[in-house]
Ligand binder design. Structure first.
Ligand code: NAP
Length: 272
C-alpha cells in the first residue's frame, strides 16, 4: 500500500459508480486512507476489478452490483454496506448513465424515456442512496455524503439537457439533505468536476475536442480522476467537519473566467 495519513481510518464508505473513472479513483484513495469500502457499480465485473486493486494494495473492499435507479437494489446495497462493515459513515455518488448521451439532444426533440433514464440514475440514484443511508447515519450520530454534479448544471454545453438538468437537481437535493439532517450530524456536499480525463470522457470527446478543453483550463494539464478524489477525501474526512451544503468545483479554473476572455485575447493578439 502507498504512503497514507490514515484520514479515514475506522470509517466505512459506500461509493457508487466506483467501477470506473472518478468513482474508482475515489474508492482506491479512500481505502489507502484506511476506509473499508463498498465498491458499487451497475457492472459487477468493473466493481470487482476496483475492489481487487484495493485488496492487492492491502486495503479492505467489497464489490457490489446495483442499478442506483432501482429502489429495491439500492435498499439491498445500503444493507450490504452496513452489514459488511458494521455501519456506514461515508456515502459518495458517482454513478452516471452515459448510454443515453447520443439521444440527449435538443429539447424540442426530447424522448421522455431518455430524460427519465438520465434523471433516474444521476439524480434519483442520489435520492435513493440517501433515503436508505440517512437512517443508519443518524442512528450512528452522523455521516458524510457527497454527490457528483457537473459544470453542465449551470454552464450549458448545448447538448445533453437531461444530463444538465439531473446534475442541477443534484445540487438542490444535496442542499436539502444538508438542511434537513445537518442537526443530526449529517453533512452533504456537492463535487463538481470540470473536464476530467476518464474512460467516459475519452469515449465522448475526440482528440481535437480534448485539445479545446485543455485550452479552457487555467492549468498546464487536464484534470485527472485523482484530482477529484482528493477533494472527495477532504469532504469525507473530519477536516471538513464544518462544511455542509456546499459546492466544491474541481475544474482547473475552467469556470473561473468570463466567456468573453478567449475572444478578447484573440483581438489583443491581432492588435485590435
Ligand atoms: P464514468 O467513468 O462513466 O463512471 C460512472 C460509472 O457509473 C460507470 O462505471 C458506470 O457503469 C456506472 N453506472 C452507470 N449507470 C449506473 C447505474 N444505473 N447504477 C450504478 N452505476 C452506474 O464517469 P466519470 O467520468 O468517472 O464521472 C463520475 C461522475 O462525475 C459522474 O457522476 C459524472 O457525471 C461526474 N462528472 C464527470 C466529469 C468528467 O469530466 N469525467 C465532469 C463532470 C461531472 P457503465 O460504464 O457500465 O455504464
Amino acid at each position: 500500500m502507498g504512503s497514507t495519513t490514515g484520514r479515514l481510518t475506522g470509517k466505512s464508505a459506500l461509493i457508487t459508480g466506483a467501477g470506473s473513472g472518478i468513482g474508482a479513483a475515489t474508492a482506491e484513495l479512500f481505502a489507502r486512507e484506511g476506509a473499508k469500502v463498498v465498491v458499487a457499480d451497475v457492472d459487477k465485473s468493473k466493481a470487482t476489478l476496483t475492489a481487487d486493486r484495493i485488496r492487492d494494495d492491502g486495503g479492505v473492499a467489497e464489490p457490489y452490483a446495483a442499478d442506483v435507479s432501482d429502489e429495491t437494489q439500492v435498499a439491498g446495497l445500503v444493507e450490504f454496506a452496513v452489514e459488511s462493515f458494521g455501519g456506514l459513515d461515508v456515502l459518495q455518488n458517482y454513478a452516471s448513465d452515459r448510454s443515453v448521451i447520443a439521444e440527449d439532444v435538443f429539447v424540442a426533440d426530447a424522448d421522455p424515456s431518455v430524460w427519465l433514464r438520465q434523471l433516474g440514475v444521476d439524480l434519483m440514484g442520489c435520492v435513493l442512496t440517501a433515503k436508505y443511508a440517512v437512517p443508519h447515519m443518524t442512528r450512528a450520530g452522523g455521516g458524510s455524503i457527497a454527490n457528483a454534479s457537473s459544470l453542465a448544471a449551470w454552464l450549458s454545453l448545448e447538448s445533453r439537457p437531461a444530463y444538465a438538468t439531473a446534475k442541477a437537481g443534484v445540487i438542490g437535493l444535496s442542499k436539502s439533505l444538508a438542511t434537513q439532517y445537518g442537526k443530526q450530524g449529517i453533512r452533504c456536499n456537492v463535487i463538481v468536476p470540470g473536464h476530467i480525463v476518464s474512460p467516459a470522457t475519452e469515449k465522448m470527446y475526440s482528440a481535437a475536442q480534448t485539445e479545446v478543453m485543455l485550452d479552457h483550463v487555467l492549468a498546464p494539464r487536464l484534470g485527472r480522476p485523482d484530482d477529484v478524489a482528493l477533494a472527495a477525501l477532504f469532504l469525507a474526512s473530519p477536516e471538513s467537519a464544518f462544511i455542509n451544503g456546499q459546492v466544491i468545483v474541481v475544474d482547473g479554473g475552467m469556470s473561473a473566467y468570463a466567456p468573453v476572455v478567449p475572444s478578447l485575447r484573440r483581438l489583443a493578439a491581432n492588435g485590435r
